[in-house]
Design a protein around this ligand. Sequence first.
Ligand code: PFF
Length: 450
Amino acid sequence: MDNKNERGFSSNIGAIIAAAGGAVGLGNIWRFPYVVGQNGGAAFLLMYVLFILLLGIPVMLSEIIIGRRSQRNLVGAFRTLAPKHKAWMGVGVLGLIVAFIIYSFYSVVAGWTLNYIVLSCNGQLMGKNPAEITQMFSSFTQSSFWPLLYQIVFIGITAIVVILGVKKGIEKSTTILMPLLLLLIIVMCIRSISLPGAEKGIKFLFKADFSKLNADSFLTALGQAFFSLSIGMGALITYGSYIRKEDNLFTTSLCIAGADTLVAILSGIAIFPAVFAFGLNPTSGPSLVYEVLPNVFNSMHYGQLFAIVFFILLAIAALTSTISLLEVVVLWEIEELKWSRRKAAILSSLCIFLIGIGCTLSFGPLQGFKIFDLTIFEFFDQLTAVYLLPIGALLFTIFIGWYLPKTDVYDELSNGGKLKVRYFKYYYFIVRYIAPIALLIVIITNIIFD
Ligand code: PFF
């Protein structure tokens, strides 16, 4: 085995599963359903899928090309590919900052999943009325101690996996966890669609009513697509650098994006029929899965079992994503700062927890502390999904479409001429013209209208 392969994933399927694990996360199961709920259902879903196809996959492919060609971390990748123009390294630094920000608020919600696993295991979610369940959610999130404790536990578990390394930690854990996640979500879907009155939820998800769409939902769909695919901050540059030289990057990207979209749609199928069957509100927002679903579990046969299954599912999805966020930072520290993997994982986790404290407390004691009228948590969420990910994506596509020689891009996609890349001219046209222009319009619109 050559050195390059020793550095990264051991097989193509391992790479796909690990990257899909990074992409599939709270964004799919927690964020996607409530965003779809708030934006009118099926018409939004259609727009979301279009964004994935037109922009998501090309941007993802661009990141993976940068990673695999350079075989380096986020910052080192740009130094290697643009040795004469050091400014490009700034794009890598931006990605690192975004990884810190996303991880710090993401770990709050990830920690909540642990609390809900405990609550559902000891039966505390059962036998409560909707008001009590809502009260439980708010008193938990507003208290400081428990959410912080669960947050640090989650960050600790992530650090352990990352310390174990790329093959033994990341690849191995995701190859076990992802099939389990798929199985659990299918179980949830079957339960949900077999509930009486489930058709309404299915209609909501699949029957498009375009009158519900507005400019804002357009931007939300794009932000959601980027967040969900983990693109725009370089997570896929890091994982791309672990992909073997003989693997087909195009099919790899299609599989990752396909898995991510499939899980988002399955989450919708698991959640909306249940929400409608029990006459609950699909537009309740971020608390949808924590406040609405327990009511559903409460009123169904074997509800406690399904509650346990669901929250374990949510925790697994979150874990494979926090692993990918931490790895972005850790690889940079290993390669650039020459830290050991253990030191890098521990110190970055502590640092992320320190920032994350502010996000957790923004549901409690810091609720009144607002930045542009948003709590710290909301501000970080909006800042990344609405601004930083599209800006990152824009810079990546400019790098591939305008900076890196076209022959290099071709060479990387065709594995040195070994693969046929008939799609190349379409891909290149999108990254050179369509994606940068579309992203620029999105970024400017966001700045003007927000
Ligand atoms: N894609 C993840 C999700 O949908 O939950 C979130 C995420 C993970 C974004 C890792 C960015 C990232 F680097």
